[in-house]
Design a protein around this ligand. Structure first.
Ligand code: GDP
Ligand code: IMO
Ligand code: MG
Length: 433
């Protein structure tokens, strides 16, 4: 039995969907921990694409358990749509899905507030660039002990009580932001819709924490699927340009309600370059032609919002920070194919700040923004072979790039991905072994 956590090592969109799908082959159960429908995880199987926002990316393997942990914030309508889409594709036909009763619920007022705050902050040039999916307001409500949990959807009186109390506080804020204050009829409509959605979700709900603990006790392989990336972690990321949850490996235990002694290994995922969506410091960002080239070649447009992703060279100080924060013991390298055709590829090996050389980002986001990347250059490579399955199938320059990154990050690679499809993968080691 092994328990493996997979996390994004950068600012999200590293290819978690693809890697989790591959690792699910060996797992009994996949547990999505943290975040909500801000995530967009893409799977490509035989050329067919599926983007999961809430349902674990193990969903394409029939018979595997898919758990949504209590640490998530769930938009019930997005989840119902996703379940319907999966079922339309013949997935989730059995009793494979379990939604934690303790997970929090995103309601229309969370999204309203997220959007209004962003609009207002944008006027001051201070927007976070959130996905506007209500993530921040839902986690604020949770921390403020006034959140709605999945289990509350089954108790109409309790639900109404919580929603009324929330909106009582929120009305003046909505009015202050220049928003349209919802009428009593609208609020009742939100509550009635939430109750209906809850009834549809009810058959899938249960005690996720106890279930996962039992699966582990029964000796099965369990895979935890992180959302976002380590540098978007609420406590340790590039605050305030982060999401509102714990995205590092420790978040898996927190979200699922299992102890850290159950975890066997942590796998991080990094692209062969770097991307970021939304605002926040990004020292290796490429604002010109090269950045545009990577964006087009890598299809770097948000899986959730469609926003163009900011692109830059691989940032080793940032990657080292991700490795440290999550205690990663191996890395999966994705999108190596995207850099093909460049005569030279650069990697930021350190930052220079106030005359000092740093091997990890400084604490303050203004300092990260001021930091000057120190680059090392590598000779590029031509188009990778269509079906590279062994590391020796890679051109020597691409191989040397992979080896050097691994050495500089201080962690070996367990997998190299050379295309979006399941088959476009070089497997090196099995994290469940
Ligand atoms: P996630 O949020 O970490 O799951 O990543 P996203 O799905 O948001 O973004 C990753 C994108 O890269 C998706 O469109 C994937 O299909 C694609 N992708 C994953 N691995 C590779 C790869 O090795 N090469 C290429 N070209 N695309 C990849
Ligand atoms: P996956 O799981 C990339 C970013 C947003 C914004 C910040 C806060 O697909 O990797 P939020 O809506 O969470 O309050 O936004 O976090 N962000 C992501 N960026 N991938 C994601 O998820 C993200 N989820 C949130 O762009 O900068
Ligand atoms: Mg994504």
């Amino acid at each position: 039995m092994s328990v493996v956590i997979v996390v994004g090592a950068q600012w999200g969109d590293e290819g978690k969907g693809k890697v989790v799908d591959l690792f699910t082959e060996r797992a009994h159960t996949v547990v999505r921990y943290g975040g909500g429908a801000n995530a967009g995880h893409t799977l490509v199987i035989d050329g067919k694409k599926l983007v999961t926002h809430l349902v674990p990316s193990g969903v394409c393997h029939p018979g595997k358990g898919c758990v949504l942990g209590d640490g998530m914030v769930i938009d019930p309508y997005t989840l119902l749509e996703e379940i319907a889409e999966c079922q339309g594709r013949g997935l989730l036909a059995g009793k494979e899905l379990l939604i934690g009763l303790g997970a929090h619920v995103i309601l229309p007022y969370h999204k309203l507030l997220d959007g209004m705050r962003e609009d207002r902050s944008a006027k001051r040039g201070k927007a976070i660039g959130t996905t506007r999916r209500g993530i921040g307001p839902a986690y604020e409500a949770k921390a403020g002990r006034r959140g709605v949990r999945i289990r509350d959807l089954f108790k109409p009186a309790r639900l109404k009580d919580i929603v009324d109390a929330n909106l009582d506080e929120m009305m003046p804020v909505i009015a202050h932001f220049g928003g349209t204050v919802p009428t009593a009829g609208e609020i009742d409509g939100w509550i009635a819709d939430a109750i209906r959605a809850g009834e549809q979700l009810r058959p899938y709900t249960g005690d996720a924490g106890r279930h996962v603990a039992q699966v582990i006790r029964d000796g099965h392989h369990v895979l935890f699927e992180g959302a976002q990336g380590c540098l978007l972690d609420l406590d340790h990321g590039t605050y305030p340009y982060v999401t509102s949850s714990s995205t590092i490996a420790a978040g898996a235990c927190q979200s699922a309600g299992i102890g850290p002694t159950h975890i066997d290994t942590v796998v991080g995922i990094t692209k062969a370059y770097a991307t970021r969506v939304g605002e926040g410091p990004f020292p290796t960002e490429l604002l010109g032609e090269v950045g545009d080239k990577i964006r087009i070649a890598g299809g770097e447009f948000g899986s959730t919002t469609g926003r163009p992703r900011r692109c830059g060279w691989l940032d080793l100080p940032a990657l080292r920070m991700g490795v440290r924060l999550s205690g990663m013991q191996s890395l999966a390298l994705t999108k190596l194919d995207v850099l093909a055709g460049m005569s030279e590829v650069s990697v930021c090996v350190a930052y220079k700040l106030d005359g000092r050389e740093l091997d990890e980002p400084p604490i303050d986001p203004d300092d990260i923004a001021r930091a000057e990347p120190v680059y090392a250059s590598f000779p590029g490579w031509d188009k990778l072979p269509a079906h590279a399955h062994d590391i020796t199938d890679l051109p020597p320059t691409a191989r040397s790039y992979v080896d050097t990154i691994s050495k500089m990050a201080g962690v070996p690679f367990c997998l190299v991905s050379v295309g979006p499809d399941r088959t476009e993968t070089i497997r090196l080691t099995d994290p469940f072994a």
